[in-house]
Design a protein around this ligand. Sequence first.
Ligand code: FES
Ligand SMILES: [Fe+2]
Length: 350
Amino acid sequence: MTTFIRNAWYVAAWSKDIGRSLTARRILGEPVVLYRKEDGAPAALLDRCAHKLLPLSMGRIIGNVVQCGYHGMEYDCTGKCVRIPGQDVVPPKAVVRSFPVVERYDAVWIWMGDAALADEALIHRIERHGVPGWAVIDGQYQHHRTNYVIIAENLQDPAHTTYAHRSTIGNPAASEVPVKVEQKGNHVVSWRWTNSVPPPPIDRDLGGFTGLVDRCQYYNYFAPCVSRVDVVTMRDGLDHTEENMDLGQRAFSYKFLTPETEGTTHFFWMHVRNFGVGNAELEASLIEGMNRTFEEDNVICGAIQLEQVATGIRQHTFLAIDAGPARVRRVLEQMAANEIPTTQSKTEIS
Ligand code: FES
Ligand SMILES: [Fe+2]
């Protein structure tokens, strides 16, 4: 059974990577060609000529049309064939599929499902993006050798960090603090607070914390494709309100999972923070550290997938720590089975 959910917005590419040339990318198992029209707006067509199926990405752009590199058929951005060299009549089947695309948050989002359902308001809202006092790291990409559901489970699984990320973000103390799990619609969140503890060095250095602090992690998954991990360090004794959390040291770590095939995933990540804004050295080390951490997950999830495929089973034993990951998997399987229109940005738990 396919696990793909088509009626949702996915990140197809970072804006900086799409220009006046043809970019081929497989998304949800389908070949897509991305480019910009003369006015700069992005466009996306099925990357398969209606004639002999040559990928259109092997052709070229002329003005606003894409010309096939085999016999020169030309398609506009709706996928309609507007010219066939050597004949005047355009056969009704001379058309390729086009996909709705929208540019937002420096990314090009694509809708692979029913175009009539492609409501821009459903594009996931990125917290604090563009707000003064908050820095954004974007443009980050990794190719993951794993089905996106395994990655989604991993991103909802705080228990692995102590062991899988020993050399990066692993913290032995964290594995003993249980997480709570809650679900509302397509949003699953696992979280934990560790209250009235001494600040770790990074919080002391960057946040200037001297006394005791409250720290939390929220692992949010907005099915089908957005993960957001919120990390807060704040002075202890304050209520854990949005306003008070913003006064502390806070970051939103986003991953956008776009299935490439059943076994591989485009892994885009973005990071929004209110500390060390303008600190280029910190930014470089965050980018390096996070890429290394996510690559550690890529290795582990890839190895798991190989064994799952070899055995035909997903896991032998269920543990208490599986509550969050299992919830995410269930939501994704249900959505894939029903292919219900997503409400991904309207079901946040506040
Ligand atoms: S394959 Fe594209 S025009 Fe013939
Ligand atoms: Fe991880």
